[in-house]
Design a protein around this ligand. Structure first.
Ligand code: FMN
Length: 366
């Protein structure tokens, strides 16, 4: 997450931070190496590597990037989920992580088709404990117009402008997801997403899981280009004076924690519309399919100049969240169906790319 100038100034009340951002400081705080995979995408000769170099840019929960691609068999990617990257507190049934793998697979297929390959997937060929998919690269495949937006796609974690999503855009996006833009329902979801965010932040073990994944400043981001990246010159200056730290983020009475709460509240409330994906059942295949749909939705919103931001707290399956989970399902799904994804939709500022591990670290036997 990058903090806005407005937010950061409020955090310290002025001067210090402006001084700290003068000169070369701002430039030197960009985690260049952690962003390198966005530049290297497509710059591989071998077709599987070229498609994988785009697929690693997929959205995924807490930016854990749990994908591992085994290249031992020709023309084939055996895709595993790295279980050391699980989120046991906020995603105890690995539902969100599986959705993230679905985003990866869809991006892999879109990128391969650009190159004249049709990818055939065998999903969970050895059951749930084995690989997520065996992807076979065959000749064929028609380029997908959504490919043009892969490098600009973001999860935009910012307040959105106070203007509705135009009706023609809502109609276009209805092919990808249910779009909710009627003000009474939007208000109910705003209230729900805020309540749910508060539950996660006030439950010590779920808060700790998120804080442990925070990367404070450029050197931590470069060392572990995943998780929740807290970077940029403003935040780094706050870190330098001790106002933002892992310890402060774990202490709800700290100034930094309370400012974080204020910034999130402002962001969650600045939302004119939502996108929702539901499934009648909740199998691993449903979760993969939801991920594939989410990725396409996110590329489509990018093509329209709209911002999309998943807000998953109310969909999380830990006991303290049960009340919000029920409200989300009563509000957003038919009885018995599962809400797989909920996202804020609207006009947002341009958001920076988020860090990625280099492709080479995600490949085995290649
Ligand atoms: C299943 C799923 C759940 C997510 N839930 C949240 C969320 O609750 N809050 C949030 O800020 N981002 C959420 N994200 C977005 C990720 O944080 C984001 O994809 C990741 O940090 C990489 O950033 P990028 O999408 O901009 O490349 C979610 C993404 C996925 C796929």
């Amino acid at each position: 997450m990058k903090i806005s100038r407005r937010g950061a100034l409020a955090l310290v009340g002025g001067g210090t931070i402006l001084a700290a951002t003068a000169g070369g400081f701002a430039l030197t705080r960009t985690p260049t190496r952690a962003l390198e995979p966005w530049k290297r995408a497509g710059r591989y000769e071998e077709p599987r590597r070229r498609a994988l170099s785009y697929a690693i840019l997929a959205p995924n929960p807490h930016n854990r990037q749990p994908w591992l691609a085994d290249l031992r068999d020709p023309d084939t990617v055996i895709l595993h989920r790295d279980r050391t990257r699980d989120l046991p507190q906020t995603d105890p049934f690995e539902r969100q992580l599986t959705i993230g793998m679905g985003c990866f697979l869809e991006l892999l297929a879109i990128a391969a088709s650009q190159d004249g390959h049709a990818v055939a997937f065998a999903l969970f060929p050895e059951g749930e404990e084995g690989p997520i998919a065996v992807a076979r690269f065959n000749k064929g495949g028609a380029p997908d117009p959504l490919f043009a937006h892969v490098l600009d796609r973001r999860s935009c974690k910012e307040p959105f402008e106070d203007r509705p999503v135009p009706k023609d855009m809502v109609e276009t996006l209805a092919a990808y997801a249910r779009i909710i833009d009627d003000p009474p329902t939007v208000s109910q979801i705003v209230a729900l997403s805020w309540d749910a965010w508060t539950v996660e932040a006030k439950t010590p073990r779920t808060l700790r899981e998120s804080v442990e994944l925070m990367r404070f400043g450029r050197s931590e981001i470069e060392a572990s280009p995943d998780g929740v990246d807290l970077g940029g010159p403003f935040l780094e200056a706050l870190m330098a004076v001790g106002a933002v730290s892992r310890r402060a983020q774990l202490d709800p009475s700290s100034f930094a924690f309370q400012e974080g709460v204020r910034i999130y509240e402002e962001m969650l409330k600045a939302t004119p519309a939502y996108a929702v994906l539901t499934t009648p059942t909740n199998t691993r295949l449903d979760q993969i399919e939801a991920g594939r749909r989410w990725l396409r939705l996110n590329l489509a919103t990018t093509s329209l100049g709209l911002a999309l931001h998943p807000v998953s707290q109310a969909l999380q399956e830990f006991p303290e969240m049960a009340g919000c989970f029920r409200r989300a399902h009563d509000l957003l799904a038919e009885p018995g169906h599962t809400v797989q994804m909920l996202g804020r939709l609207g006009f947002g500022p341009s958001a920076p790319a988020s860090p990625r591990w280099p492709l080479e670290t995600r490949i085995r036997n290649g």
